[in-house]
Unconditional design. Structure first.
Length: 57
């Protein structure tokens, strides 16, 4: 899981390590978000994250 600003880096690293492309990205940037904004981001992405962690590889 990473913010959308790191899509290219995450895909490059995954290919280099031979990992599948099961990744979830959040809106970017993250560092300036309020606690409420972070909760909203978490709420919006938790289902996708759980699906990636528990679904077929």
């Amino acid at each position: 899981m990473a913010s959308e600003g790191f899509v290219d880096a995450a895909e490059t690293q995954a290919r280099a390590l031979g990992h599948p492309s099961a990744r979830v990205f959040t809106p970017h940037p993250i560092q300036d978000r309020t606690d409420d904004e972070m909760r909203d981001i978490a709420d919006a992405t938790v289902d996708a994250l759980i699906a990636k962690l528990t679904g077929p590889q």
